[in-house]
Design a protein around this ligand. Structure first.
Ligand SMILES: [Zn+2]
Length: 310
């Protein structure tokens, strides 16, 4: 029996503690954790020892038990590994199929044979020293690994279920159906808006939009980012529809930091922009910060001027 190896070099010149009958020197059993504090003559150092055949037999037995119990293939194995460089150990999930592997995956071994080979000292920087059990991914784990893709303004935006769930975290516990129906699309849109170079609304943009108002056609939209306490993405559309008189413009605002959104109609572009600059204030008891876009522009200019002269 030569299968107890050094987890670092794979060598078999190893030693560890064991209980023996002192009078006959006959081996009785290994002490608890004796493999954790083994010695390797090749490395000339303390090392974690592993019984390769035992680990492999254990894997095969666990695999059989899982298949007999559930009638399906397991998707991952719960294993303990030893790192070769620092003798530290970790409990990890080893995925058994490439199609289930995602960003979260510690390691994908493709098959039971792949898993068995990880119990041997191969090129990987770790070695499996124990296999606890086999399992299938939960609904949540499956969704987390899934990739969702949407096209926004000609660009393909992709996000993993994990990223989407992280985004919604505090607000909702999403089901797979909700994720597929709207949450994934919404999160991809927000991701796109966050990274796109849509201009931030400032005094010069306010001025330009107002100057160019005459040129805006019915149905045309203008978009910008708006930094309030949170970052927003705002689209103003010129409706000019007889059904909505006296309203001419409509805003569609979407918060890029959380799930708020906001929409309203206005009689003028000036009113729409002013409402944005006043942080969508709807509360009559809270005075508006600016009474007009002109006040905003001159205050911002003065601020810029002060900075300039400093
Ligand atoms: Zn060694």
């Amino acid at each position: 029996m030569m299968s107890i190896i050094c987890s670092k070099c794979g060598g078999t010149h190893t030693m560890c503690e064991a209980m023996i009958e002192p009078n006959t020197k006959k081996f009785d059993h290994y002490t608890d954790e004796s493999f954790l504090y083994g010695w390797c003559d090749d490395c000339q150092a303390g090392t974690i020892l592993t019984d390769v055949d035992e680990v492999k037999n254990d894997m095969k037995a666990q695999y059989r038990v899982f298949k007999e119990s559930y009638g399906i293939e397991p998707q991952y194995a719960n294993c303990r590994i030893a790192w070769k460089d620092d003798r530290k150990q970790d409990d990890v999930k080893i995925i058994l199929s490439a199609e289930l592997a995602g960003d979260e995956t510690f390691y994908n071994c493709n098959s039971l044979n792949g898993l068995l080979s990880l119990a041997e000292c191969r090129k990987e920087d770790f070695i499996i020293t124990q296999c606890y059990s086999f399992a299938t991914l939960t609904e949540k784990e499956r969704l987390e690994r899934q990739t969702f893709e949407y096209e926004v303004e000609g660009k393909t935006i992709s996000m993993t279920g994990k990223e989407i769930m992280d985004f919604y975290r505090e607000h909702y516990r999403l089901t797979g159906e909700e994720l597929e129906r709207y949450a994934a699309r919404n999160a991809c849109l927000i991701k796109y808006y966050r990274v796109s170079n849509i201009p931030l609304l400032d005094h010069s943009l306010v001025k330009r939009l107002l100057d160019e108002e005459e040129l805006m056609k019915k149905g045309e939209t203008k978009s910008f980012k708006l930094q309030l306490f949170f970052l927003w993405y705002v689209t103003i559309k010129k409706e000019d529809d007889a059904n909505y008189k006296p309203f001419k413009y409509m805003t569609d605002a979407r918060c890029l930091d959380n799930m708020q959104s906001f929409g309203r109609r206005y009689v003028s572009l000036e009113a729409a922009l002013l409402h944005c600059l006043n942080g969508f204030n709807e509360n009559a008891n809270i005075p508006d910060r600016y009474r007009s876009t002109g006040e905003y522009i001159s205050k911002q200019r003065r601020k810029g001027g002060e900075l300039w002269h400093r």
